[in-house]
Ligand binder design. Structure first.
Ligand code: DCP
Ligand code: MG
Length: 408
């Protein structure tokens, strides 16, 4: 809980609620990258080998496309074994027919460049992102969606990654990182699985033991000896029995099997923006109350920026009108500053456009953050009309459920 917020009365932030965590994992990532470079590989078995040289049979399989997996080819398998299952194609992919595979050596630099582009897309959708590997990231999307819109949110995220980068992602949304990861894997490839808080236990119940993070073949066989066939069986075991068998790890397994786990997405590096938002109840039709809420949020955001030692150049607001129409407005100043009253007055001016409209949620954001520079003297930008501009980005948020770039 952010102290600077808890001290301000009347503000309920999403920190008080259950968080919405999204896990994104690209499908057969290295093979998907090879297909970007050579579209004729679309639809045919592709095998990417680590330590593999074209025409040779050394190295191991880094990944195989789903077509190749049907021939029993999987990550970490020696290339020589893969070649036994699926001989090397001697034709161009365009002339492909029959049971042959297209083998390619790993090109990490290229895959990294594709990964960066995917991460850029994902970053614009989340208030926090943790990149777990080249093809995998956790996103905190609590402020960007709501449970009832989570499926549409995930679907748009997938479409945007596909449109902008050209690769498919599987997405899982759940209240914890662990369950979100299981969810993204649940329906691969091109998967989309949303597990709302009330469904976590029933979702996990029937899944095989190996779906639980930290359970490999050895742990799975020990659990089977203890009478467990599913994750649900592990959740039912008395925790002391697990602790006796596995020590501290046993307690962790028990918690994971019950769907308990962290919902904190700890971002790498400095955030790109800081924002606070808040749902309105009774006061949604009372514009004086809406203004007062925005003023409180502005104060909270400025305090948070001060805590983090951040200055900002841009102040923005987000207004959500029923049922789910998101509008953002922002103003960028000529130099970085840190001034709570200017955040407040700017946010309130931007809000004026929505005077007396029904509003269900409001937010305030500062962006264009600067963590190093000393504060520029006020005169370098204040009152300088040319240096400040209103940016109307509402067009981006026209249709219902459209995601906002508000919480970058
Ligand atoms: N990788 C690797 N060696 C492994 C496993 C993976 O080099 N033993 C690389 C190749 C993968 C990438 O990491 O493309 C991502 O790993 P994943 O486990 O996510 O596997 P994929 O993305 O290939 O397939 P999936 O569709 O199952 O996610
Ligand atoms: Mg993957």
């Amino acid at each position: 809980m952010d102290e600077s917020v808890s001290t301000l009365p009347g503000i309920q932030t999403s920190d008080d609620d259950e968080r919405i965590i999204c896990h994104v994992d690209m499908d057969c990532f290295y093979a998907a990258c090879e297909r970007l470079r050579d579209p004729s590989l679309e639809g045919v078995p592709v095998i990417v080998g680590m330590g593999y040289e074209p025409g040779d049979d050394g190295g191991v399989v880094a990944t195989a496309s789903y077509e190749a997996r049907e021939y029993g080819i999987e990550s970490a398998q020696p290339i020589s074994e893969a070649l036994d299952n699926l001989p090397r194609a001697s034709v161009m992919p365009d002339d492909f027919s029959g049971s042959v595979g297209f083998y390619r050596p790993v090109d990490l630099e290229f895959y990294r460049s594709i990964s960066d582009r995917v991460i850029d897309v994902l970053s614009s959708k989340a208030s926090a992102i943790r990149v777990a590997s080249l093809d995998e990231a956790y996103l905190d999307v609590t402020d960007a969606t709501e449970w009832e819109h989570a499926t549409a949110f995930a679907s748009e995220l997938k479409t945007e990654v596909l449109d902008e980068v050209g690769v498919t992602a599987s997405v899982g949304i759940a209240p914890t990182r662990g369950v979100a990861k299981i969810a993204s894997d649940h329906d691969k490839p091109d998967g989309l699985t949303v597990i709302e808080p009330s469904r976590v236990r029933s979702f996990l119940e029937e899944l095989p033991l190996e779906d639980l993070h930290g359970v490999g073949p050895v742990t799975a066989s020990t659990l089977r000896e203890m009478g467990c066939d599913t994750i649900g069986d592990v959740a039912e075991l008395p925790p002391p029995a697990l602790a006796e068998r596995f020590g501290d790890r046993g307690r962790e397994l028990a918690a994971r099997a019950r769907g308990e786990g962290s919902d904190i997405v700890e971002p790498q590096g400095d955030p790109k923006s800081l924002s606070r938002e808040s749902s309105l109840g009774e006061e949604r039709d009372d514009f004086v109350a809406v203004r007062s809420r925005v003023a409180d949020l502005a104060e909270a955001v400025a305090a948070r920026a001060e805590d983090k030692g951040a200055q900002y150049r841009t102040v923005g607001i987000k207004v959500v009108k029923p049922p789910f129409d998101i509008h953002t407005r922002e103003r960028t100043f000529g130099g970085p500053f840190a001034d709570a009253s200017l955040v407040e007055s700017t946010a309130l001016e931007l809000l004026d456009e929505f005077t007396d409209e029904a509003i269900r949620k409001v937010g305030v954001r500062v962006s264009n953050l600067d963590f190093a520079a000393d504060q520029a003297p006020l005169e370098t930008w204040s009152g300088d009309e040319d240096a400040s501009k209103d940016t109307d980005v509402s067009m981006e948020f026209e249709h219902q459920g459209r995601l906002t770039d508000f919480e970058q």
